[in-house]
Design a protein around this ligand. Structure first.
Ligand code: ADP
Ligand code: MG
Length: 594
C-alpha cells in the first residue's frame, strides 16, 4: 500500500510574490505608476523619474518625501506590508494612492531593486539590495532625506513576461501616460522625467492651468474653458478644451477622482453629451476634470491597478458633469456658430483666404510616369480624415465608372471643361457628362505623384523662414519616430523643447499647409502604433495640398485638372476611397426631359 502524504503546502513567499506580481506589474509603466504614487503618498514635493531603454534596464524614482526607517524599508518589501491601513474600516476612507501593500513586494519579485531611504530625523540612509525577492545586501549610506528606488532589469527572471513587452516606443508611451496621469493630478508637486539621459518633462510647481499648459504645450493656453461646480454629492473643477481643440483621436481626456486618475466611459459620455452640436460626430473634446467625492461613496478596490472605480450614484454624477460642462461652455460663449457641413476640416486647416487668391495647381504631365502599382482604392478601409459627405445628391457612392483615357487618347482629345459652384469640374467623356469633385481629383493626382516621390527621395524646397508650430514634448517624441520618413518626402524638420521648425518642404507643399499636415500626422500616429508611412504621408500631404471646395479656378486650370485626372490609370477613387466623379449618361437626361 502506498500511502500518500498531505499534498497541500503554503507557497513560499517569493513564489506567492511572483504570482501577485503578475497582477500588479504588467509592464514597465506599472512599476512607474506604483513608485510615483508611493512618492506622492510620502508627501514629496519633488519627484524625479529616470528611465533607461523604456524601463527595461532601469526605472528609478527619487523623492524628497518622508523616507523610511531601517525596519520600515525592510518591511516595505514584504507582502501586505503597508503603512496606510490598519483595519478594514480604513479601506473605505482611504485618501492615499496605495493601500494593498503588495506593489513593492511584487516589483522586487521580478527585478533587481536598489532602494535607499532616509527620514529627516535619521543620521544616515539605509541601502537595500533585493534580487528576485531575496535581500542581498543592506548597508548604511550617506544620502539626503527621502527615498530612491531603482528597479533594474525588470522581468530578468521571468523571460515570458520580458518577451511579451512591446517596442520601446510603445512601452515608453505607456510610461509617459502613467507619469502624466499622476503629474496632472498634483500640480503642487514638481515632476521630472528623464529618458536615456535626456529630459522629457520638467514640470515646475504651479496652478492646474500651468501644469496642463506645461504638458500639452502653449497652444493649449487659450483653449481651456474652466469648470467649477459644487454639489452635495460631488464637486467638480478643471477645464474642458474649446471645440476647436477637439481631435478625432482620444488622447487628452482625463478624469481624476480624489486626485486619482480613473477611466469611466459612462462619465466620458456625459462630457461628449455636453458638447452635442458643437463638434462633428467623430471628434472627441479634451478635458481635465477633477472630482471630489466622499470616499465612502466610491469603491476603488475593484481593479488591482485601480483605474476603474464604482460610484454609488453614477447617474447623479453624470447629470452634474454634463450640466457643469454645458454651463461653462455657455458662459464662455462657445456656441454652435460654425457650420461643419460648410467647412468640415476647420479644426485643422487654416481657411482659404477670402480675397479669392487663385492657387495655381502646378500640375505637369509626366509622360514617363507609370501609376500602375498599388493604386486600387480600398473601399473597405475607414477613411481617416475625409469628412466630405455632401455628394449624395449624385449618389456617388454607388457609381463605379470605368472610364479611363489612355495617354494616346488624351493627346488626341481636346478636353473642354469648366468649373461649377467652385466645387466641381464639368466635362464630358465618351458621350457622358462627368462631374468631377475638384478636391478629390486634385488629391488623387497629388497622391500618386507624392507616393512615388516618397519612395525615391523627393525634391525639396528650402524655406527662407522656417514654419514654426507650437507643440509639446509628447507630440515631438512621436514625430521624432517618423523623422526619417519625413526626410525622404523632402521635409527638413527640427525640434526645440516645445516647437516644431520646418526648414524645408516637398515642392508640392505650400508653407500654409504645414500646420494642417503636422496635425494630421499626429492624429494618425495616435490612431495607429505603426502605419504604412509612405502611403499615409502621401495621403496626408495630398489632402492638405489639394485645392479645396470653394477655390476658384481659371478655365485653363479646370481643363488641366480634368486632363490630369483622366490620364490616371485609376481615376475613380480618392486616396481615402471616396468617388472622384459621377458619370451621367445622356439616357438619364433624356428620361428627365420626358
Ligand atoms: P502600499 O503603497 O499599498 O502601502 P507598497 O508596496 O507600494 O504598498 O508600499 C509599502 C509601504 O512602503 C508603504 O505603505 C509605505 O509605508 C512604504 N513606502 C513605499 N514607498 C515609499 C516612499 N517612496 N517613501 C516612503 N515610504 C514608502
Ligand atoms: Mg504603493
Amino acid at each position: 500500500m502506498i500511502s500518500v502524504g498531505d499534498v497541500i503546502q503554503l507557497l513560499p513567499d517569493h513564489v506567492a510574490n511572483q504570482i501577485a506580481a503578475g497582477e500588479v506589474v504588467q509592464r514597465p509603466a506599472s512599476v512607474v505608476k506604483e513608485l510615483i504614487e508611493n512618492a506622492v503618498d510620502a508627501k514629496a514635493d519633488v519627484i524625479s523619474l529616470i528611465v533607461k531603454d523604456a524601463g527595461r534596464t532601469l526605472i528609478q524614482v527619487i523623492d524628497n518625501g518622508g523616507g523610511m526607517s531601517v525596519t520600515d524599508l525592510r518591511m516595505a518589501f514584504e507582502r501586505h506590508a503597508t503603512s496606510k491601513i490598519r483595519a478594514t474600516e480604513d479601506i473605505f476612507s482611504i485618501k492615499t494612492k496605495g493601500f494593498r501593500g503588495e506593489a513593492l513586494a511584487s516589483i522586487a519579485a521580478v527585478a533587481q531593486v536598489d532602494a535607499v531611504s532616509k527620514r529627516d530625523s535619521d543620521e544616515v540612509a539605509t541601502r537595500l539590495i533585493i534580487e528576485g525577492g531575496e535581500v542581498r545586501d543592506q548597508s548604511p549610506e550617506a544620502s539626503k532625506a527621502g527615498t530612491s528606488i531603482a528597479v533594474k532589469n525588470l522581468f530578468y527572471n521571468v523571460p515570458a513576461r520580458r518577451n511579451f513587452l512591446k517596442s520601446n516606443q510603445v512601452e515608453f508611451k505607456h510610461i509617459q501616460d502613467e507619469f502624466l496621469r499622476v503629474a496632472l493630478a498634483h500640480e503642487q508637486i514638481e515632476f521630472n522625467l528623464y529618458h536615456n539621459d535626456s529630459e522629457v518633462y520638467l514640470l515646475k510647481k504651479g496652478n492646474l492651468k500651468h501644469r496642463i499648459v506645461q504638458v500639452f504645450g502653449k497652444k493649449t493656453e487659450t483653449q481651456l474653458v474652466p469648470i467649477s461646480e459644487e454639489t452635495e454629492i460631488v464637486s467638480v473643477k478643471g477645464f474642458v478644451g474649446k471645440p476647436e481643440s477637439a481631435k478625432k483621436a482620444r488622447g487628452e481626456q482625463y478624469f481624476f477622482v480624489n486626485e486619482r486618475f480613473i477611466r469611466n466611459n459612462y462619465l466620458h459620455k456625459a462630457i461628449v453629451d455636453a458638447f452635442e452640436h458643437l463638434l462633428p460626430s467623430q471628434y472627441v473634446p479634451s478635458y481635465f476634470l477633477y472630482l471630489e467625492i466622499d470616499p465612502s461613496k466610491i469603491d476603488i478596490n475593484i481593479h488591482p491597478t485601480k483605474t476603474e472605480i464604482k460610484f454609488e450614484d453614477e447617474y447623479a454624477i453624470y447629470a452634474v458633469l454634463r450640466a457643469a460642462v454645458k454651463h461653462a461652455l455657455g458662459q464662455y460663449n462657445v456656441t454652435p456658430s460654425l457650420d461643419f457641413e460648410q467647412n468640415p476640416d476647420w479644426a485643422f486647416i487654416p481657411s482659404v483666404p477670402a480675397n479669392g487668391t487663385i492657387k495655381s495647381p502646378e500640375i505637369k504631365v509626366d509622360r514617363n510616369y507609370n501609376p500602375f502599382e498599388q493604386s486600387i482604392p480600398k473601399r473597405d478601409v475607414e477613411p481617416l480624415h475625409d469628412l466630405y459627405k455632401s455628394f449624395s445628391e449624385f449618389e456617388l457612392e454607388n457609381n463605379h465608372p470605368e472610364a479611363i483615357l489612355d495617354k494616346e487618347e488624351f493627346e488626341s482629345v481636346e478636353i473642354n471643361a469648366f468649373q461649377w459652384q467652385q466645387k466641381y469640374i464639368i466635362t464630358q467623356f465618351k458621350g457622358e457628362l462627368l462631374i468631377i469633385d475638384q478636391h478629390r481629383a486634385h488629391s488623387l493626382i497629388l497622391f500618386e505623384k507624392l507616393k512615388k516621390s516618397g519612395e525615391e527621395n523627393a525634391l525639396s524646397q528650402r524655406l527662407l523662414f522656417p514654419v514654426e508650430i507650437i507643440s509639446n514634448p509628447s507630440e515631438i517624441n512621436q514625430l521624432k519616430n517618423i523623422e526619417r520618413d519625413l526626410l525622404r518626402f523632402g521635409f527638413d524638420v527640427e525640434f526645440t523643447e516645445d516647437q516644431i521648425l520646418v526648414n524645408a518642404l516637398p515642392t508640392e507643399i505650400e508653407p500654409d499647409n504645414v500646420p494642417g499636415i503636422f496635425a494630421d500626422f499626429l492624429t494618425d500616429l495616435e490612431l495607429h502604433d505603426k502605419i504604412n508611412f509612405n502611403t499615409e504621408i502621401a495621403k496626408i500631404l495630398a489632402k492638405n495640398a489639394a485645392i479645396r471646395k470653394g477655390d476658384a479656378l481659371l478655365p485653363e486650370q479646370a481643363k488641366h485638372l480634368a486632363q490630369q485626372l483622366l490620364t490616371l490609370r485609376e481615376p475613380n477613387f480618392s486616396p481615402y476611397g471616396k468617388p472622384v466623379f459621377v458619370q451621367i449618361p445622356e439616357s438619364e437626361i433624356i428620361k428627365k426631359l420626358n
